[in-house]
Ligand binder design. Sequence first.
Ligand SMILES: [Zn+2]
Length: 104
Amino acid sequence: MSGLRGRLKRLERDTEKTVIECPTCGEEFVTHGDVAAEFIRHEWVRESGGETYRETPEDVLRLFDHKHAPGAFVEKSSGLPFLSREVSGINLGGSFVGMEDPGE
Ligand SMILES: [Zn+2]
């Protein structure tokens, strides 16, 4: 029954709450589910022309609405960037475009 166990585990993870903090101003964002993956997908769609905007969760859209670069946000409990491999489990293979502050 390893398949079922995997699914239950996944379900658990999907509804997990993650608190993300802006390192610049300290504002906190409560997100649910796989926020790093949603963030990356949203950013990717935007970069590639944005024609297939799917329903990005409200949680994630709020990160983009913030006045500071969302790619630099950290996961509050660990203090690590939420896009880092340690937090997201996703290996972005080097620098990610969204992680650089536009420096406005
Ligand atoms: Zn901020």
